[in-house]
Design a binder for this molecule. Structure first.
Ligand code: ZN
Length: 291
C-alpha cells in the first residue's frame, strides 16, 4: 500500500512516500514559507503519485477535535501567516485521499510505540528536545489529546541552583521546560551552540536536571511503560546516563517498579527509529486515516 507522510515543521516540510510497515521509499523537503506557496509545494509532491492516504505530523497548536468545523487546522501559532490555516482540509480537497493529522510529537510517539522503542508495550511517552521541546503520549492504541492536546514542553520546573538563567527563555512562562532546556535555551544561556559545549561543562548537569524533572513529572502523571528522548540535544549521548541517575534520585524510590528501579537503562531510551520516528509515525497516521 503506497502512503504519503508529511512532517510539517516550523522551518521545513518533509514529504515522504512509504508503506504501512513504516518503510520510507523516498523523501524530499521544502522550506516552510508563507502558507500558500508551502502548501502548494506539498500538494505538487504528492499529486499523481497514487497514494491511498496521507498522514500529517504537524507543528501546532492544532484543532484535533474531530467534531469541530476546523478539525485539522493550525490554530494560534505565533508563526506569521499560519494562524487558522486549514491544513488537513486543504490537503484532503487537493489530493482526494483520507488525511490523518496529529501533533508532530504525537506522530513520533505513534511511530516509536508501534514500530520503534515501544514495540510490544502498551504505553509510551516520546519527547523531542531540539530547537523546542514537545511530548506525545501513547496509551493502549490511542494518542492522548484531552481538551486540546498536551503541551508537555511547557511544564514548569524548579531551577537548578547554579543556573545563570533560572527563569529560562520562554516568552510565555517563567521557568518552563522548553524555556529552560531546549537547544536554543542552552545556546542563549551559555552564548555558544549546545554542540560546542564539552561533556564536562556544567551546562550538561543543569540540562540533565531539567530533563530528569521532566521524566519524574511524566512518570507520576502518566506512568508510561517507557520514555523515549529524541531530538538534536539528545544526540549528546552522555546526557542519557546523567538523566537516568538524576531521575532515580528525584523519584526517591517512590515508584517502586523494577522497570524503573532495576532497568532504568531500558526505561529512558533514545528513539529506536533514529531520526525517522516522525516519518514512520506519519505513515501510521495515514493507515489510521483509512480506518
Ligand atoms: Zn513555556
Amino acid at each position: 500500500m503506497l502512503l504519503g507522510a508529511l512532517e510539517a515543521g516550523g522551518t521545513k516540510m518533509v514529504c515522504a512516500l512509504g508503506n504501512e510497515k513504516g518503510e520510507v521509499f523516498e523523501r524530499e523537503s521544502f522550506p516552510t514559507r508563507e502558507p500558500e506557496p508551502t502548501v502548494s509545494d506539498i500538494i505538487s509532491y504528492f499529486a499523481g503519485r497514487g497514494i491511498e492516504a496521507l498522514g500529517v505530523s504537524s507543528f501546532g497548536p492544532l484543532d484535533l477535535n474531530e467534531d469541530s468545523s476546523t478539525y485539522g487546522s493550525i490554530t494560534t501559532t505565533p508563526k506569521p501567516g499560519w494562524q487558522n490555516v486549514p491544513l488537513r482540509t486543504r490537503l484532503m480537497d487537493a489530493l482526494g485521499v483520507p488525511v490523518g493529522i496529529d501533533t508532530d510529537v504525537n506522530g513520533a510517539a505513534l511511530g516509536e510505540a508501534l514500530l520503534g522503542a515501544g514495540k510490544g508495550l502498551k504505553s509510551l511517552v516520546y519527547y523531542t528536545i531540539g530547537t523546542g521541546v514537545g511530548g506525545g503520549a501513547y496509551d493502549h492504541g490511542r494518542l492522548l489529546h484531552g481538551l486540546v492536546h498536551p503541551e508537555m514542553g511547557h511544564m514548569l520546573l524548579r531551577p537548578h541552583a547554579d543556573d545563570p538563567a533560572p527563569h529560562g527563555f520562554c516568552p510565555y512562562h517563567d521557568g518552563c521546560l522548553e524555556g529552560m532546556a531546549c537547544g536554543k535555551a542552552i545556546e542563549q544561556r551559555w552564548g555558544v551552540p549546545a554542540r560546542e559545549l564539552p561533556p564536562e561543562h556544567i551546562a550538561w548537569q543543569i540540562e540533565a536536571e531539567y530533563l530528569a524533572q521532566m521524566c519524574v513529572n511524566t512518570i507520576v502523571m502518566l506512568s508510561p511503560q517507557r520514555i523515549v528522548l529524541g531530538g538534536g540535544v539528545m544526540h549528546q549521548e552522555h546526557l542519557f546516563p546523567m538523566v537516568r541517575k538524576r531521575t532515580l534520585e528525584l523519584l526517591g524510590g517512590y515508584v517502586a517498579h523494577p522497570a524503573i528501579l532495576e532497568h532504568i537503562d531500558s526505561y529512558i531510551v533514545p528513539p529506536a527509529l533514529g531520526n525517522n520516528s516522525g516519518a514512520v509515525g506519519s505513515l501510521l497516521l495515514a493507515v489510521r486515516a483509512l480506518g
